[in-house]
Design a protein around this ligand. Structure first.
Ligand SMILES: *[C@@H]1O[C@H](CO)[C@@H](O)[C@H](O)[C@H]1NC(C)=O
Ligand SMILES: *[C@@H]1O[C@H](CO)[C@@H](O)[C@H](O)[C@H]1NC(C)=O
Ligand SMILES: [Zn+2]
Length: 470
């Protein structure tokens, strides 16, 4: 009896502590009014359908202008190509001669296959765990709005930047950025902004560390073509187009395996190796029922998506292509459908330094730490972003999206790709999920810290705070 009674008391205690735990977790998951407003603004931006190939750019720009007005920021809509607005917001610094800070983001998102989504991609649905589901939640409407919210907080705190701060919301990143970032970075307007440093997108990371990117791999889209004497399908003879092409494919496969082994063996990160993937194979003589089966064709062609890190040796790779992958001695030719250089205007590699020689990097690292964030080892972005348009000008650009503890789940369907050959692989694969609202709110504090550090930094002393940070 006594024993039973004790047991009962234990149960009661357990129950009451459970209720307490439950109550506190409910409290924690109900955001304050300010947070609720921040999240609701983020949802609003996410709900605007800016999916390629028909993004509602003006709707996004109108919404962002209304945000700019509420913050008394100057706004300019630039249209390098008609129908593709780039919105530029300005928070003037008190020392406007100092190089400015550019907070860059793109407004478009990749198309979605609606039926594969748990929640519709423009619903911005928030589930019980606080996960916000939308196309663009990770790439990269989160970052664009986090900049805005960080500015809002800084303004509310009475902060005054020394350097001018620009926020750019650009179109068309998902289809290569030619009519967006590229034209912007090459414009006179851009020259006048006197930009000193650029922040652009990174990737979510599943662990506690934030990811940051100091470079990206350059796409080389290679086609190789073999020719050879046609002949009967029953005859064995040397130097057919198919045989010549297959020799190349074997050689390319060996190279691919050697690169992949370095990742598998933990010697290199994904962005540090040259990746090569065969993306098409074109050969055969068509017949009404498919292909002629007893004829060896005179031509055969294959296409490869190669990604070259700026740390690689592009000259030796080109030599390998010419001598091993498509040698003229084997009656082969090659051409690039697209080949992005790994060098900037002055012949330097497209790399933003991540050591003490780059004060922006030091400020960036310290600012994240100050705000309670953890930064992993800086990486090379495995695919392309708009950052390279700025690095090409010789500007430091850091790829960063403050999303830790956030899964990057791979999407195994690639129907999106077929809509537009220019779509970027990472965007297709990585932006299908959600972002947790707490992670989003935390990211705003991180940006607040970074912007503060960047905007008060003075190169040759003069500013105590930034000196202390260095
Ligand atoms: C290349 O083409 C020429 C002319 O068709 C042919 O004589 C030669 O055998 C071919 N060589 C190879 C390696 O395919
Ligand atoms: C986080 O980053 C630090 C510094 O680069 C590193 O030492 C640590 O191993 C990282 N942690 C994880 C879980 O990756
Ligand atoms: Zn993106």
């Amino acid at each position: 009896m006594e024993f039973n009674c004790l047991k009962f008391m234990c149960l009661l205690q357990l129950l009451s502590s459970l209720i307490l735990v439950l109550a506190s977790s409910i409290e924690a998951s109900v955001p304050s009014t300010a947070s609720a407003e921040i999240i609701s603004r983020f949802q609003h931006y996410l709900q605007i359908n800016t999916a390629q190939p028909n993004p509602h750019y003006y709707e996004a720009v109108d919404f962002l202008i209304s945000q700019a007005k509420s913050l008394s920021l100057e706004s300019h809509t630039l249209e390098f190509v008609q129908g593709k607005p780039l919105l530029l917001l300005k928070w003037p610094g008190s020392t406007p001669d100092l190089p400015s800070i550019l907070l860059y983001s793109h407004t478009d998102v990749v198309p979605s296959e609606h039926h594969k989504w748990v929640y519709p991609p423009f619903s911005a649905h928030i589930d019980d765990d606080g996960n916000i589901y939308a196309r663009g939640s990770q790439d990269m409407k989160c970052v664009g709005m986090q900049y805005v919210e960080a500015v809002r907080r800084l303004k509310a705190s009475g902060f005054q930047p020394l350097r001018s701060i620009y926020l750019a919301f650009a179109p068309d990143e998902e289809i290569g950025g030619e009519d967006g970032a590229q034209k912007f970075a090459q414009s006179e307007i851009f020259d006048q902004l006197n930009v000193g440093v650029v922040l652009d997108e990174g990737l979510a990371s599943p662990g506690e560390n934030y990811s940051a990117f100091y470079a990206e791999r350059s796409p080389w889209w290679l086609t190789i073509k073999a020719t050879g004497a046609p002949g009967h399908g029953a005859k064995l003879y040397d130097n057919t187009a198919m045989e010549n092409l297959l020799k190349s494919i074997e050689s390319i496969r060996r190279f691919r395996a050697s690169q992949f082994d370095m990742i598998k063996g933990g010697l290199m990160a994904e962005g540090e190796v040259v990746s090569v993937n065969m993306v098409f194979l074109k050969a055969g003589t068509p017949s009404p029922t498919g292909f002629v089966m007893n004829l060896q064709p005179s031509e055969a062609e294959a296409g490869f998506d190669i990604r070259v890190p700026p740390t690689a040796d592009p000259e030796s790779l080109e030599k390998r292509i010419a001598e091993e992958w498509a040698p003229a001695s084997r009656n082969m030719t090659f051409s690039f459908m697209h080949q992005v250089t790994v060098y900037d205007k002055s012949g330097n590699r497209l790399i933003t330094k991540t050591d003490s020689s780059n004060p922006w990097w030091t400020l960036f690292e310290d600012a994240i730490q100050k705000a309670g964030g953890k930064l992993g080892k800086p990486e090379i972005f495995p695919a392309a972003t708009d950052s390279h348009h700025f690095r090409k000008r010789g500007l430091p650009a850091i790829g960063f999206s403050p999303m830790a503890n956030t899964p990057i789940l791979l999407h195994d369907h690639n129907e999106d790709l077929q809509c537009n050959g220019q779509l970027r692989l990472t965007d297709i694969n990585f932006d299908l999920l959600f972002l947790n609202q707490d992670e989003y709110l935390k990211g705003i504090e991180i940006y607040e810290s970074i912007i503060k550090a960047f905007a008060t930094y003075v190169e040759n002393g003069g500013n105590k705070e930034s000196k202390a940070e260095l």
